[in-house]
Design a protein around this ligand. Structure first.
Ligand code: ADP
Length: 258
């Protein structure tokens, strides 16, 4: 009998709590995490009335067509490296899209999954920590699954896409969620036992950002431009300008020149 309890692998999606409507799966997950919800808990909703993007932006989450969910994690890592969880989630999503739907997506640093130039999926990670430790992280995922072009509002028409639009096939949300669960379990285990190395390699292989000319913005103001060279251990983007100066940027905003 194997009595080695040191390998305490978490189970992603246990429990999985489903709601028909939520304001935001991240808000509900935060509430549950504060009350002690266990690591691996997933909160899913068929519709979000106030789905969140970064910087107070909205994530459109109509019913019946998307996969809107949030995972609670409690990694025992230095909070300094917490941003790696967003990169890890992006790696998982690209893997799942390719495996289940055949779609080849790329990652736009830091938190978008694109097909071509259109967004198929967004990730919104939030971390709650004190000086030494992460209390919990919540990773919100919005994946456009069965939307047709007409299901997107006018503002998203030219910038968003879905699994259906890219593959011509409709998928059950649960099929994708199950694949996500399995893939996250694998990559999360790699992250907490081996660190960031393999995740970085996979992230770079799936990135549509590296090697491109980008403008880095702060509140719509351009603050730097250059060619992206990679990411560091804090998830920061490394950009070299024409004068040869290399600068790192934490979770800001970039526009890519195509
Ligand atoms: P970014 O960092 O690219 O601005 P966010 O992660 O903040 O994006 O997500 C919010 C933005 O994503 C919105 O301002 C909108 O442009 C876009 N958006 C909102 N809902 C969707 C959706 N369902 N699919 C694709 N894009 C969306």
């Amino acid at each position: 009998m194997n009595l080695d309890c040191s390998k305490n692998q978490i189970i992603i999606g246990k429990p999985l709590i489903y709601y028909e409507v939520l304001d935001s799966t991240n808000l509900k997950a935060q509430e549950l995490a504060e009350k002690g919800a266990q690591e691996g808990t997933i909160v899913q909703a068929d519709r979000q009335s106030a789905g969140k993007g970064r910087l107070g932006r909205k994530w459109e989450s109509p019913p019946g067509s998307g996969l809107w969910f949030t995972i609670i994690l409690r990694p025992k890592i230095d909070p300094e490296y917490g941003a790696q969880a967003t990169l890890l989630s992006a790696v998982v999503l690209v893997e799942v899209l390719e495996k289940i739907t055949g779609i080849k997506a790329t990652i736009k640093w830091p938190n978008d999954i694109l097909v071509g130039r259109k967004k198929i999926c967004g990730i919104l990670s939030e971390m709650h920590f004190n000086e030494e430790a992460i209390n919990y992280m919540i990773i919100g995922i919005g994946l456009n699954v069965n939307m047709d072009q007409k299901d997107f509002t006018e503002t998203l028409e030219d910038i968003a896409t879905s699994v259906y639009l890219e593959s011509g096939k409709k998928f059950a949300g649960n099929t994708l969620l199950e694949a996500f669960r399995v893939s996250l379990e694998k990559w999360y285990e790699i992250w907490v036992t081996e660190g960031f190395k393999k995740i970085r390699v996979q992230w770079l292989a799936s990135s549509g950002t590296i090697g491109r000319v980008v403008k880095v913005k702060d509140n719509d103001r351009e603050i730097f431009s250059g060619v992206t060279e990679g990411i560091d251990d804090y998830g920061c983007l490394l950009v070299r300008n024409e004068a040869g100066i290399l600068q790192s940027f934490d979770f800001g905003e970039i526009s890519i020149r195509y």
